[in-house]
Ligand binder design. Structure first.
Ligand SMILES: [Zn+2]
Length: 263
């Protein structure tokens, strides 16, 4: 049985995720910004919670961690380098570390940029390598967008995004916020002649009109539509007047433009 992912909306526009390995019944949550919205989904899964996985220290991603750990005797895992500003960690993770979710493997990727020690979780079914993997990337890569640079510089975030863009194209993307519509409007302002982007905007407008989440995306979709992964694209470079800049410089200009963008 592959991984089952339940999307749990909380706070204004955050997503926490409940991850279930249905073979073993093992459960994990990613980024519980508050505990209450997760209680019913966890009850429906037999009140079992093995792991609480934290991508970074911002309150809207960790606010419910301690309460959930206490109620379910779950273990908390997060970046070793951020141990002093995360809830007490039972596992201190660095790049490449893995933990088991039943038969599934949760691999740690260092993804600095939004914060200095941000990490992402790649869930792989090592017994069925043909099965697409699932990436839980917090506030690093958003659908058609990326996280703000609170602690990292543009070059750091660009390196991180290149690393994520190099994952297999079928990898599914589960991000920390529902920012998709606003991201798509900015994306169109810098990449207006991209037909894949226009088609994707139509899709996500329909999803949101029905009150549905826009996650998951895939690496293939993001490579085709996310301007922050497309710093090499000649049309985007031309539009910014940066034909001869480095990729990281184009990325930095896109990030600044998004920070100042009013749709
Ligand atoms: Zn954040």
């Amino acid at each position: 049985m592959p991984l089952v992912v339940e999307v749990v909306p909380l706070l204004a526009d955050n997503y926490a995720y409940l991850l279930v390995d249905e073979t073993s019944g093992s459960c994990a949550v990613v980024d519980p910004g508050e505990a209450a919205p997760l209680l019913e989904p966890l009850r429906a899964r037999g009140n079992r919670l093995d792991w609480i996985l934290l991508t970074h220290h911002h309150t809207d991603h960790i606010g419910g961690a301690i309460e959930l750990a206490r109620r379910f005797r779950a273990r908390i895992a997060g970046a070793a380098a951020d141990a002093d500003r995360l809830p007490p960690l039972d596992r201190r993770l660095v790049e490449g570390d893995t933990l088991a979710l039943g038969a599934l493997t949760v691999r740690t990727l260092a993804t600095p940029g939004h914060t200095r020690h941000h990490i992402a979780f790649l869930v792989e079914d090592t017994q069925r390598p043909a099965q697409p993997s699932d990436l839980f990337c917090g506030d690093t890569l958003f659908i058609m967008g990326c996280g703000r640079l609170f602690e990292g510089d543009a070059a750091t975030m660009w390196n991180t995004l290149e690393k994520l863009a190099a994952l297999p194209e079928t990898t599914r993307i589960w991000c920390g916020h529902e920012y998709t519509l606003a991201n798509a409007r900015f994306a169109l302002s810098v990449d207006p002649d991209n037909p894949a982007l226009r088609a994707r905007l139509n899709e996500v407008e329909q999803l949101r009109a029905q009150g549905r989440p826009t996650v998951p995306s895939t690496i293939a979709q993001e490579r085709a539509t996310n301007p922050f992964l497309r710093a090499r694209d000649p049309a985007i470079r031309r539009r910014l007047g940066l034909e001869r800049a480095t990729d990281a410089e184009v990325f930095a200009a896109l990030r600044r433009a998004k920070d100042n963008f009013r749709s």
